[in-house]
Write a protein that binds this ligand. Structure first.
Ligand code: MN
Length: 726
């Protein structure tokens, strides 16, 4: 506990440095509260849990944020992990602190699994949308920073997961908010977990070159200072090395050896005024020869995240290039702390006006980014952050974005009209909600459906917010006429049975329909046919049940026969997914993640419950495994590749290789030269000197796959390439 007192004193000192009249009692109270709340809890490294919130508060104090932020940082895990509730914090520390703590807890609860880029982008957006108070995001980033600093105490799987999440969500967020220093640390610590060999090799190499580098930078500094002193310019001059991940990325994308990476060395010159920045630039170009095309003026044109500096690269002694960054003290603050620098506590200014001023800065930041970079995720962020959209999860953890004010009805129809048409209720975060419930960011929404549903009601048109849902409901009413629907259902079924070459008497068929409709809980065959007619249930579902029924009466027909029949050539049909499901035009199709099929693979479909058809490779282990389950046999259907196919399908490869420096970069370069879009690439090395890389990429089919594999095999050290089958 003595240790805690010391930590507390250091924290207060830190805060007092920039808030001389900070309410030390309140901060102490928050610390006691946190100590009390986390009593008995331990961190993975064996220390008392409370050391974590203290560390996070220290990071917040390093950013120079206000007292409320420091208090909220101390309490940030209280709601999540202990018996503390929102009200307790509100009563003791006020509504603002309680709101921030609750905001952080909500973000902590957000599920994360590595996803495709679009999903990750939605996740980042949701993150920002949820952190209405930007201090929430800053504490969450500080929280992650401390967790990454202590990541070595976590089990390997957790280390990897957290590092990936940090790379994909937290580091980009820190970057958008201009918090370079933290972004760098997050990236380096993640890299150390994700590619320990690559990381080690760079750090060792940098360490090896340190004396030489220090001598080099020292010489430049002396020479520069001499000129500046002479001209009467006050400046802070410091040498630095790029952070590990930026070196790693350059080596990896530009296929370079560490000695070929430009700007390994950099000088930073910090001066008092903008005019001096340009003066210093002039001096540097007098002393050293600039490399053409490497000068960048981020003072007149700031970066999207408000970063300002002059950059130039010049040739030093022995022809070694080095970069010089020139900026004012204020620009330096912004460069290191980004948004936090502008959020800093300023004595004498407080209250709403100040808040408005700060919010205006956030808006400006977001607006700026909108103009500069089309690819930037922040492009559309401004509107979303200020409440045009709401982000919710499906029970599987996919993020769905809907217009703000959306209800479970909108959610259901965004999944599929059949889901909406059969909806009888909904849950948000596990709790039953009314259909006119307004969905909130981060909620997990589940639609309750029933085959006995009579379809949407006219009121839904008033409740639904999205035009997608409204249109689908209207469509349903157009088709409402029961007789018509029954007729439509009958025709569709008859056509399908004929196509399947199922011949039976009307008498037999009626009997089968009787029992089938009962089995999928319709009162009469007509009810079932009507539902079929308006799309309440799918043709496949009915047909599969009929097949079951026939199989039951012909015991000799085994599952094997059915599968044989299933893999026969289907008729030509239209498809946007690239896969044809017989009898269903533009059926919702998902490509199974376990075997990531691409055109040319032999494939088979599985009718999921409510998520369309999932397409597997015939040789997928999961298929053989799942077919052992006789109950589900009827849910396997034949599917085929469409004639006209979109040109990109995601698939993943596992590459085994003898580990060596640059192997990852070589693979990446080869793929890049082949113009293959790569979504995800990770590498692990093993103690026996081998490395395994997993690469998720887009391909247009097996021919291209063979070509790519052939090229990759040509890389020195590559031993084996397999398609990932899990
Ligand atoms: Mn925490």
């Amino acid at each position: 506990m003595k240790n805690l007192e010391t930590r507390y004193k250091l924290l207060i000192e830190k805060v007092k440095q920039y808030i001389p009249n900070a309410d030390a009692d309140k901060i102490h109270q928050a610390l006691e509260c946190a100590t009390d709340a986390h009593t008995g809890q331990k961190r993975k490294d064996g220390t008392d849990y409370v050391t974590h919130p203290i560390a996070v508060a220290e990071i917040i104090a390093d950013m120079g944020l206000d007292t409320e932020s420091v208090i909220a940082a101390l309490l940030h895990d209280c709601i999540e992990d202990t018996r503390f509730v929102y009200e307790d914090i509100k009563n003791k520390f006020g509504e603002d602190v309680a709101d921030i703590v609750e905001g952080v807890s909500k973000l902590t609860r957000m599920p994360y699994t590595s996803k495709e880029e679009e999903q990750i982008e939605n996740l980042r957006k949701m993150f920002l949308a949820m952190g209405k108070d930007i201090r929430v995001i800053m504490i969450k980033i500080a929280d992650r920073l401390h967790n990454m600093r202590t990541i070595q105490f976590q089990p390997p799987a957790k280390q990897r997961e957290k590092s990936l999440e940090t790379m994909e969500v937290y580091a980009p967020l820190a970057h958008r908010l201009g918090m370079q220093k933290i972004k760098w640390e997050l990236e380096d610590r993640s890299l150390k977990c994700l590619d320990p060999v690559g990381y080690e090799e760079i750090t060792e190499e940098l360490e090896r070159r340190r004396p030489e580098r220090e001598e080099f930078l020292h010489h430049i500094k002396d020479r520069l200072m001499e000129h500046l002193n002479h001209a009467g310019i006050e400046a802070v001059v410091a040498g630095r090395v790029k952070h590990i991940y930026s070196i790693y990325r350059k080596m990896y994308t530009q296929h370079k050896d560490i000695s070929e990476v430009y700007d390994l060395y950099a000088m930073r010159v910090i001066v008092d005024s903008v005019a001096d920045c340009y003066n210093v630039l002039g001096f540097i170009h007098d002393i050293y020869r600039p490399i053409p095309g490497r000068f960048k003026d981020y003072i007149s044109t700031p970066k999207p995240n408000m970063y300002q500096s002059l950059h130039t690269t010049v040739i030093g002694r022995e022809g070694i290039p080095f970069e010089v960054q020139i900026r004012t003290h204020e620009m330096h603050q912004t460069a290191e702390y980004g948004i936090a620098a502008h959020w800093k506590y300023k004595s004498g200014v407080s209250g709403r006006d100040n808040l408005e001023e700060k919010l205006a800065w956030v808006r400006r930041l977001l607006e700026n980014q909108q103009d500069v970079d089309g690819e930037d995720f922040i492009r559309s962020l401004k509107t979303e952050m200020f409440a045009d959209e709401v982000y919710v999860f499906t029970p599987k953890g996919d993020v769905v974005s809907l217009p703000a004010g959306s209800t479970p009805i909108d959610f259901a129809y965004s999944i599929h009209s059949a889901v909406g048409n059969r909806m009888i209720g909904a849950k948000a975060n596990g709790r039953i909600v009314q259909l006119d419930y307004i969905l909130k960011n981060g909620e997990i929404v589940e639609v309750l459906t029933s085959n006995a549903s009579h379809g949407p009601s006219r009121d839904w048109l008033k409740i639904a917010k999205s035009s997608e849902a409204k249109n689908k409901i209207k469509q349903w009413f157009k088709k409402e006429c029961r007789e018509e629907n029954i007729q439509r259902g009958k025709e569709a079924l008859a056509a399908e049975l004929k196509r399947m070459e199922v011949h039976m008497s009307l008498q037999d068929l009626n009997e089968v329909l009787q029992s089938v409709s009962r089995r999928i809980s319709f009162n009469t065959p007509d009810d079932m046919l009507a539902s079929l007619g308006f799309g309440g249930i799918t043709l496949n579902r009915v047909v599969n049940r009929i097949r079951d029924e026939i199989a039951r009466s012909h015991k000799e027909q085994t599952g094997k026969d059915i599968i044989d029949k299933l893999v026969a050539q289907p008729k030509k049909q239209k498809s946007t997914s690239g896969v044809i499901v017989p009898g269903v035009e533009n059926c919702m199709v998902k490509f199974a993640r376990c075997c990531t099929p691409i055109p040319g693979d032999r494939i088979i479909g599985f009718i999921t419950r409510g998520y369309g058809v999932s397409v597997h490779r015939m040789d997928c282990k999961n298929v053989t495994e799942a077919m052992k389950n006789a109950d589900d046999l009827s849910r396997w259907i034949r599917v085929a590749w469409a004639d006209e196919i979109k040109d990109r399908f995601q698939t993943s490869l596992q590459i085994s290789a003898k580990d060596r420096m640059g192997i990852v970069a070589d693979v990446a370069t080869a793929l890049s030269n082949l113009k293959i879009p790569v979504h995800l690439m990770d590498a692990r090395s093993f103690e026996d000197g081998y490395a395994v890389m997993n690469v998720v990429m887009d391909l247009n089919g097996v021919d291209q796959l063979e070509y790519v594999v052939g090229k990759l095999r040509g890389i020195q050290g590559v031993i084996d390439i397999k398609r990932t089958l899990s």
